[in-house]
Write a protein that binds this ligand. Structure first.
Ligand SMILES: *[C@@H]1O[C@H](CO)[C@@H](O)[C@H](O)[C@H]1NC(C)=O
Ligand SMILES: *[C@@H]1O[C@H](CO)[C@@H](O)[C@H](O)[C@H]1NC(C)=O
Length: 277
């Protein structure tokens, strides 16, 4: 197989059907058979009795022990003779691998083989992230008591709406200050505006714990005036991030000075947050 089997899914979607789609061809492909262990999958995972067994200490210790033995064996030069078989069983595309089969001295070495340079080019994001380097960001966190409708921060055209992320961490201070990257992992809608006064701005609407849906009510192509409703949140807490290009906005004095002290400021919809530089 060419890569990871990945799923984009929300909470609760931990069961998978036996269906894998090759995104390059759009066709269904079979689940790769395990390398040794088809029988075991049937015994332990394929029926209810097996599921009960999986919880027992004995089976867990056995799996652990077996894993260590296998690891030990596959690190031995003797395992090299299985490389050919593994490559054949899974039809490893050797023209992508950086070394010929004979190079590998153990099965494990082959297992974690490198690929030739350039065979998996990394997808570029659609917009150039450098464009936003040094941008000005305002983070607005909402508490349950707050008004949860969101309004265009500028007058302009809503160029694009993108939905990303799927987790729903909290946005309370404890969560924001934890190592979890709440703002870049949570479910969010990214609204890109083109505004006559500020140029491009990004308004990022972030779902949070219990706010499954950030419902975007404006459409791509809409010409909006500052203050027109663009989205709303359902119950819970949530946040927005608004990004202005470097040197386009001067924040209001109280916001800047409070932020310098690492304080937040309570603001309401409609109030000024800054002016064009
Ligand atoms: C093997 O890899 C090369 C380089 O990525 C690719 O062009 C070729 O189509 C692949 N062959 C198969 C059978 O997937
Ligand atoms: C978003 O709001 C619209 C209009 O109120 C509604 O029809 C739609 O079902 C909502 N979508 C979600 C995900 O809540």
């Amino acid at each position: 197989m060419g890569g990871l089997v990945s799923r984009a899914a929300g909470w609760g979607a931990h069961c998978i059907s036996h269906k894998i789609i090759d995104r390059e061809t759009g066709k269904e492909i079979p689940e790769p058979e395990p390398y040794h262990g088809e029988v075991e999958l049937g015994i332990f995972y394929g029926n209810c009795l097996g599921h009960l067994w999986l919880w027992t200490i004995i089976v867990r210790i056995y799996f652990r022990w077996r894993g260590e033995i296998t690891g030990w064996m596959y690190n031995k030069p003797r395992s090299a003779k299985e490389i050919q078989q593994l490559a054949k069983t899974y039809q490893v595309n050797m023209s992508e691998v950086d070394k010929p089969l004979e190079y590998y001295t153990t099965l494990n070495e082959f297992f974690c083989r490198r690929l030739k340079d350039g065979v998996r080019p990394v997808a570029e994001p659609e917009y150039d992230a450098r464009e936003w380097e040094g941008c000005a960001i305002i983070i607005n966190r909402l508490a349950p008591v707050d008004y949860h409708r969101l309004h265009a921060p500028v007058t302009g055209i809503l160029k694009k709406v993108t939905r990303v992320g799927s987790t729903l961490y909290a946005v309370e201070a404890a969560a924001i200050n934890s190592p979890i990257e709440v703002y870049t992992m949570n479910e969010r809608a990214v609204l890109e505006f083109d505004s006559p006064s500020f140029g491009a701005i990004i308004f990022c609407v972030i779902g949070a714990s219990q706010v499954g849906s950030c419902n975007v009510s404006a459409y791509e192509g809409d010409a909006l005036r500052k203050g027109n409703e663009v989205a709303f949140f359902k119950y819970g807490g949530s946040a927005t991030l608004t990004l202005f290009k470097r040197n386009t906005i001067k924040w209001d004095e109280d916001l800047s000075s409070n932020s310098k002290n690492l304080w937040e400021t309570k603001v309401k919809v409609g109030q000024s947050i800054g002016r064009r530089r």
